[in-house]
Design a protein around this ligand. Structure first.
Ligand code: BES
Ligand code: ZN
Length: 633
């Protein structure tokens, strides 16, 4: 057995609380200690040393027709010093602020900056609870309102939110800093023909009146509050896991993600109990800008991972892993983003290895390394070469612009190096203890490094260039090199094909999606029309049902001006809003004049289908005329 080290009872001891409707367990919010440069969050107007939110009560209505959320947000607060509290807002219309008894409190909205507008509320000495009455603005960045046409079933509108990194403030007035945690409860009213779900306890059945209530009794930062509203239903996978999705999607999703329960068990056997009660996934319409988002209890996922053969479900392992690295122990600021994502990619690899074997995990790691090498090259030649450090300095910038594969893959590489140095048993024990010790707290890079030194480096007498890893650019020489025999075989087939073997003669019968991705990424340069045709005829790339294969093929199609793929690519780019797919395709088109025109034409029609996160990035890419293309994952 792969996971026998932990007594079985321990796995379930603290589970089954958070995502079920129970009374809140109180307030354990951890204000960031001090306001020095390291712990200071430059992406929030909140001043946690003065006052913090400890609990949020949301009571809102969702107006699908007018694309507006309105209602009130009540907050239990802890005042440490001073006479006010500052919340983040972005584009919100504030109607009034009161205390619990309804008596008005004075407030003012600061100037509008990249961070939105600071809402400063004056407090009376006895005020412990405040209520903000508000409505969202016209272009709330977190929200994507979809017409029926933009959904899978095409019958009803859909709404979803995306909070990370600093978008929650555009639909809730909130202290929007990953270092500030609070519990929350919500009452959400939606049109009765729709269902609402959140990153909390969720109903599995429709309510008759369109009112849904939620509870998350574990403190989380604002970026993890999420809501989706649509004509969705639930399918159980096992007692603890299940999927939500539109009618035409939900059964396919339940089949695709059949291993979710096993993933949770494996994760628990590695790093301790899953502390959030249920683990469910909602499959969103295809415009969702990410592959997945680790909203507590309920991962939000793109439908593009439903390939029909379970080949892309590592993404679920990734989002699940965030239930420890990210949601339990959280990056204190966006400069510490690698503590969320680097740990999670490492953890994702471990879950994948346990369930699908070392071969599978090896391919995953190699694909990640390929992405990293490409990203590092772009960053080195870009406007912010310092973005290749693990510890970022995003002050004054939109944090989203500095969040690249570096945090993910260089971060994971550092973790693998640590594992290599002390051996797996010691490293696992270290991580398990880390998640327990710092559960429901935020973590800075400095605090992690001090802990690492004391609990792993010193006791094991290892030599390590930690500073080079964390504060140096590029990838240090001692980065472990992921190897994959399976990819070596793919390389051989690429060779054979370039030397004249017919495509349909290649030994590709047993290839997984990962092998196809590797194949497509390593085709020789400058392919002729005839060669592209031959590949397409042999392997049906243009019609592939696998989004990763399709996207890699479209990239080659642009590069080699392979016309027959463009109609499908047009459809793809007009439907799918997942930024990871959009960025390479638009960038590739911009390399030629013909391509630039094509990019402009496609984007003109596709832009209204994208979430603000993707719009922001693609706007930047299309506006890019110098040598510094923006880099995003
Ligand atoms: N937390 C991220 C998504 C995110 C990152 C949103 C930064 C906003 C800002 C999520 O866990 C993630 O990493 N998603 C990846 C999937 C993964 C398998 C690498 C994605 O969306 O592609
Ligand atoms: Zn992630």
């Amino acid at each position: 057995m792969l996971y026998t080290r932990i007594p079985f009872v321990a796995l379930f001891a603290t589970a089954l609380v958070a995502c079920q409707s129970e009374a809140p367990s109180g307030t354990t919010s951890q204000p960031i200690a001090g306001t020095d440069e390291v712990t200071m969050d430059h992406h929030s107007n909140a001043r946690p040393v003065e006052a913090v939110i400890t609990h949020l009560d949301l009571d809102v209505q969702v107006d699908m027709e007018n694309q507006k959320i309105f209602g009130k947000a009540g907050y239990a607060i802890d005042v440490h010093q001073g006479t006010g509290i500052i919340l983040d807002t972005d584009g919100l219309v504030i109607e009034k602020v009161t205390d619990k008894s309804g008596s008005a409190l004075a407030y003012n909205l600061g100037d509008s900056t990249m961070l939105g507008r600071a809402l400063r509320i004056d407090l009376r000495p006895e005020t412990k609870y405040i209520i903000v009455h508000y409505a969202t603005g016209r272009k709330a960045k977190a929200l994507q309102w979809l017409s029926p046409q933009q959904t899978a079933d095409k019958k009803y509108p859909f709404l979803f939110t995306q909070g990370e990194a600093i978008l929650s403030r555009s639909w809730i007035p909130i202290q929007d800093s990953p270092g500030i945690r609070f519990t929350y409860a919500a009452k959400v009213k939606v049109p009765h023909e729709l269902m609402a779900v959140m990153s909390a306890s969720n109903a599995q059945e429709r309510s008759l009146d369109g009112v849904y209530t939620f509870e998350l009794d574990k403190p989380v930062p604002a970026y993890l509050i999420a809501l989706a509203v649509g004509d969705i239903e639930f399918r159980a996978i096992d007692e603890r896991t299940g999927v939500y999705g539109e009618h035409s999607v939900v059964d396919r999703a339940a089949w695709e993600f059949a291993d979710m329960g096993k993933m949770v068990k494996v994760a628990e056997s590695l790093y301790g109990p899953y502390r959030w009660g249920r683990y469910d996934v909602i499959v969103l319409p295809p415009s969702f800008p990410f592959g997945g988002m680790e909203n507590p209890c309920l991962t939000f996922a793109t439908p593009t991972i439903i390939a029909g053969d379970r080949s892309l479900t590592a993404l679920i392992a990734h989002e699940l892993a965030h239930s420890w690295s990210g949601n339990l122990v959280t990056n204190a600021t966006w400069n510490d983003f690698w503590l969320n994502e680097g740990f999670t990619v490492y953890f994702e690899g471990r879950i994948s290895e346990a369930l699908y074997g070392a071969d599978y995990a090896g391919m995953l790691a190699q694909l990640g390394r390929q992405d990293l090498v490409a990203t590092l090259d772009q960053i080195a030649h870009g406007a912010h070469p310092e973005d290749s450090k693990l510890r970022l300095d995003l002050k004054g910038r939109n944090p989203d612009d500095g969040m690249t594969d570096v945090a993910y893959e260089k971060g994971a590489s550092f973790m693998r190096l640590l594992e290599e140095k002390v051996g797996r048993p010691k490293f696992d024990a270290f991580l398990r203890d880390y998640f327990d010790r710092f559960a429901f707290q935020s973590m800075t890079t400095d605090k992690f490094l001090a802990h690492l030194e004391e609990h792993l480096i010193n006791p094991n007498h290892i030599e390590l260039n930690v500073e080079e890893w964390v504060d140096g650019v590029g990838l240090p020489d001692n980065a472990p090199v992921p190897l994959s025999d399976r990819f070596a075989k793919v390389d051989q087939e690429v060779q054979r094909w370039s030397k004249g073997t017919a495509a349909k003669e290649l030994a590709a019968k047993e290839w997984s999606a990962f092998e196809w991705m590797h194949f497509l990424r390593h085709l020789p340069e400058g392919l002729s029309d005839a060669q592209m045709h031959e590949l397409d005829a042999a392997f049906g790339f243009t019609k592939s049902a696998n989004s990763e294969i399709l996207a890699a093929w479209f990239e080659q199609s642009i590069r080699n001006d392979y016309d027959p793929a463009f109609a499908e690519m047009d459809v793809f780019l007009n439907t799918v809003g997942r930024r990871k797919f959009l960025v390479p395709l638009y960038k590739e088109m911009l390399r030629t004049e013909k391509g630039r025109l094509m990019a402009q034409t496609i984007y003109n029609s596709a832009r209204p289908n994208y979430h603000s996160v993707s719009v922001h990035t693609i706007d930047d890419i299309l506006a890019w005329k110098d040598d510094h293309p923006p880099v995003n994952f």
